[in-house]
Ligand binder design. Structure first.
Ligand code: DX5
Length: 217
C-alpha cells in the first residue's frame, strides 16, 4: 500500500484566523484540502476560487469540488487563482460530471493531477472506465456537504475492493475521520486521510495529526 498521507480540510477552520490555523499545521500535512460547494450538487455553499487568494502555504492543495458540471472556465478559475499556491490535484465527483473522462483529461492537460470522488451510495463500477485517468480516488465516507458527520462503515467493502484491484493507487477517504475511524479506513486499504473537524476543532492541532498517524500504525 502507498504511504499514509494526512490531509487537513480547511472546511472547519476559523475563517477569520485561516492563515494562522494553516501555519500551525503545514509542517504536518501532506496536502491541504479545500472543499468547494455549490448549493446544487450538495445542499451547502462555500467560497469559490476567491478563497485561494486569502491564504498562502507551501503545502500543495487538494481541491475537492462538490460542484455540478464544473466547466473548463470554472476549473481554470482555481488553477489561476493564486500563483503562489501549488495545486496538487483537483477532485471532481462522478455523480456531478456528465462527461467525466473529458473533465479529467482537461484537468490533466493543465499539469494538475486529476482525481475522482464517489458518494457513499455510488458503486465502484461507476468509475471503472476512468481509473486509468486518475491519480487518486476519493471514497466519501459521509454524504458530502458538511463536516462533523459520522463515518459510514458500510463504505468499507468498497475501499477493500478498490485496493484489491489497485495496489498502488492513492485511495482517499473523507468524512468522519478521527481516532476511532481512521484505522478502519486504513485496514480496508485507504492511505490518504482527510480530516476536518477532528483536526481543526482540537485544542492542539499538531498533536491531533500525530495521534491520528499513530492510530493507524
Ligand atoms: C464533506 C467534506 C469533508 C468534510 C469532512 O462534505 O467533503 O471534507 O470537511 O469533515 P469531517 O472531517 O469533519 O467529517
Amino acid at each position: 500500500m502507498p504511504k499514509i498521507k494526512i490531509v487537513p480540510s480547511i472546511l472547519s477552520a476559523k475563517m477569520d484566523k485561516l492563515q494562522e490555523e494553516i501555519d500551525e499545521i503545514e509542517d504536518y500535512s501532506d496536502l491541504l484540502q479545500v472543499d468547494v460547494m455549490d448549493n446544487v450538487f450538495v445542499p451547502n455553499i462555500t467560497p469559490q476560487a476567491e478563497l485561494l487568494k486569502k491564504f498562502n502555504t507551501k503545502v500543495p492543495l487538494d481541491i475537492h469540488l462538490m460542484v455540478k458540471e464544473p466547466s473548463e472556465e470554472y476549473l481554470m478559475s482555481f488553477i489561476d487563482a493564486n500563483p503562489n499556491l501549488k495545486i496538487n490535484n483537483i477532485t471532481v465527483h462522478q455523480e456531478a460530471c456528465e462527461y467525466l473522462g473529458k473533465t479529467l483529461d482537461f484537468i490533466k492537460s493543465k499539469n494538475v493531477k486529476a482525481a475522482v470522488a464517489i458518494n457513499p451510495k455510488t458503486p465502484l463500477d461507476a468509475i471503472t472506465s476512468v481509473l486509468d485517468k486518475v491519480e487518486m480516488v476519493l471514497i466519501m465516507t459521509v454524504e458530502p456537504g458538511f463536516s462533523g458527520q459520522g463515518f459510514m462503515e458500510e463504505v468499507l467493502p468498497k475501499i477493500e475492493k478498490l485496493r484489491e484491484l489497485n495496489p498502488e493507487l492513492d485511495i482517499q477517504v473523507d468524512g468522519g475521520i478521527n481516532l476511532k475511524t481512521a484505522h478502519l479506513a486504513v485496514s480496508a486499504g485507504a492511505n490518504v486521510l482527510v480530516a476536518s473537524s477532528y483536526i481543526f476543532k482540537s485544542e492542539d492541532k499538531v498533536k491531533a495529526i500525530k495521534d491520528l498517524l499513530e492510530s493507524v500504525k
